[in-house]
Design a protein around this ligand. Structure first.
Ligand code: PLP
Length: 405
C-alpha cells in the first residue's frame, strides 16, 4: 500500500472514485485548475446549448420570447428541486448575487425595519449592500448559533444575513441552528449559498430568504445569472424595491400603475439575459446527474486529502491551515495561509501551471470541485507548491497585488 504522500496513493483514490467519469464532460486544459470555486470549468454540453440558443435567436427572432420568457422561473424550479431543497415557485434565476441580495434585504427591511446582523468577514459585496441599507451589527468570523442569538439579544434585529460557506476560510455554517436563532429573536434569515450551491447539500425549508450564484460549483459561465429564493409564505407580503415590468401582473397589458405578480415572479426586474440563462440548465442538470450527496462525499475526501498533504509537506514550510479540520464544518475549498501568500500564488500560476487564487491578507485558496478534480491533481498541485517554496522561486515575483486576485 502506497503512503499518503506518494502519488500512487492519489492514483488509487482516483481509480476507486465513482464520479471519475464526469471529468470527461468538461473542456480540459494542461494546467491544474484549482479555482473552480471562483469560476467553474466549461461543461461541453453548455458549449453546445449556448450555440443552439444563438442559432435559435437567428431563426426565431422575437417569436422566441414565448418560451424564453419562462426561463427565470423554470430554471428556478430546477434549482429548487436539485440544488437548494426548496419548493416549486420559490426560486428565480435572475440578475447578479449583488442585485438579488439588495432586492431581498431591502424588501425584508421595508416590511420590518431594524438592525442587520452579519459577519465581519462576510463576502465584501454582501457587507457593502447591507451597509447601504441600514445599521449593521458585525459578528466575529464563522459565527455559531449562540453568537447569532447573542447579537440578536437586544431585540432590535430585523435581518440576519450570512454565508453558508465562507469564501475565504471555507468554513461551513450551521444553517439550521443559526436560522432557528434568528427566528427565536423575531428576525428574518437570509443565507448566501454562493459557495455551497452544487457541492454541499442545502435544505432551505424553513429558511426565509437566500441568494446564490451559478458560475462557481454550478459551472454556468463567467457572470452567469444568479438566483434568489423566497419562502412561499413571504411572497405576498414582501415587495421588490425595483418595480420593474417583469414583476408586473399582466406585464403586456402595460397598465398605468405597478401591480406586482402575487408569486416569486414579482422579484424579477427587467428583460432576462437569455443567452446566459441558456447555459444554466445543462450546467445544473450535470450536477444533478452526479447528485449533490455523492459530490459532497467526494468533496470531503478531496479536502481531507489536501489537509493531509498540507500537514506532511507544507506546515513545515510556514503554511497554516485556514480551513476547519472538522469535515462537517468545511465546504469544498482549502485555504492555506502564508505571509508570502500573494507571491506564492503568482508563482504557482506563472511558474508551475497551477491555478489557485489569493484572498487578502494571506490566504491561497485551492478550490476542489468534486465533479472534475482528481486526487492526483491535488497531489501534483501541492507537490509543485512545496518545491516552489523550498526553492524560494516565489521571491522572483512582483510583490504588488494585481487588479484581480
Ligand atoms: C461569488 C460571491 C458573490 C458574487 O456576487 P456577484 O454579484 O455575482 O458579483 C457574492 N457573495 C458571495 C458569498 C460570493 O461567494
Amino acid at each position: 500500500v502506497a503512503a499518503v504522500t506518494e502519488r500512487a496513493h492519489a492514483a488509487g483514490l482516483d481509480a476507486a472514485d465513482p464520479l471519475a467519469g464526469f471529468r470527461d464532460e468538461f473542456v480540459l486544459c494542461e494546467r491544474i485548475y484549482m479555482d473552480g470555486n471562483s469560476l467553474g470549468r466549461l461543461p461541453r454540453r453548455v458549449e453546445e446549448r449556448v450555440a443552439a440558443l444563438v442559432q435559435e435567436w437567428g431563426e426565431r427572432l422575437v417569436t422566441g420570447w414565448h418560451e424564453w420568457i419562462e426561463l427565470p422561473a423554470r430554471l428556478g424550479d430546477l434549482l429548487a428541486r436539485e440544488i437548494v431543497g426548496a419548493q416549486p415557485g420559490e426560486v428565480l434565476v435572475c440578475d447578479s448575487v449583488t442585485v438579488n441580495l439588495y432586492k431581498l434585504a431591502a424588501a425584508a427591511l421595508d416590511r420590518r425595519p431594524g438592525v442587520i446582523v452579519t459577519a465581519v468577514d462576510e463576502f465584501p459585496t454582501d457587507r457593502y449592500v447591507l451597509q447601504g441599507l441600514g445599521e449593521v451589527r458585525l459578528l466575529d468570523p464563522d459565527p455559531a448559533a449562540d453568537d447569532v442569538a447573542a447579537a440578536c439579544a437586544p431585540g432590535d434585529v430585523a435581518l440576519v444575513c450570512l454565508s453558508h460557506v465562507n469564501y475565504r476560510s471555507g468554513a461551513l455554517a450551521d444553517l439550521a441552528g443559526i436560522t432557528e436563532a434568528a427566528h427565536d429573536a423575531g428576525a428574518l434569515m437570509l443565507w448566501d449559498v454562493c459557495h455551497s450551491a452544487g457541492v454541499v447539500p442545502i435544505d432551505l425549508s424553513g429558511v426565509d430568504l437566500a441568494v446564490g450564484c451559478t458560475y462557481k460549483y454550478l459551472n454556468a459561465g463567467p457572470g452567469a445569472p444568479a438566483f434568489l429564493y423566497m419562502r412561499e409564505g413571504l411572497q405576498l407580503e414582501l415587495r421588490s424595491p425595483i418595480q420593474g415590468w417583469f414583476g408586473q401582473r399582466e406585464q403586456f397589458a402595460m397598465g398605468p400603475a405597478y401591480d406586482p405578480e402575487p408569486g416569486i415572479v414579482r422579484f424579477l426586474a427587467g428583460t432576462p439575459p437569455i443567452v446566459a440563462l441558456a447555459a444554466v440548465e445543462p450546467a445544473v442538470e450535470l450536477v444533478a446527474e452526479a447528485g449533490v450527496a455523492a459530490l459532497r462525499e467526494k468533496s470531503v475526501a478531496l479536502t481531507a486529502y489536501a489537509i493531509e498533504l498540507h500537514d506532511a509537506w507544507l506546515a513545515p514550510l510556514g503554511f497554516e491551515l485556514g480551513t476547519p479540520r472538522d469535515a462537517a464544518r468545511r465546504g469544498s475549498h482549502v485555504s492555506l495561509r502564508h505571509p508570502e501568500g500573494w507571491r506564492i500564488c503568482r508563482a504557482l500560476i506563472e511558474r508551475a501551471d497551477v491555478i489557485p487564487d489569493f484572498r487578502a491578507p494571506d490566504s491561497v485558496r485551492f478550490g476542489l470541485p468534486p465533479l472534475y478534480t482528481r486526487f492526483v491533481d491535488v497531489w501534483d498541485a501541492f507537490d509543485r507548491l512545496r518545491r516552489l517554496v523550498e526553492d524560494e522561486v516565489y521571491l522572483e515575483l512582483d510583490p504588488a497585488p494585481g487588479r484581480v486576485t
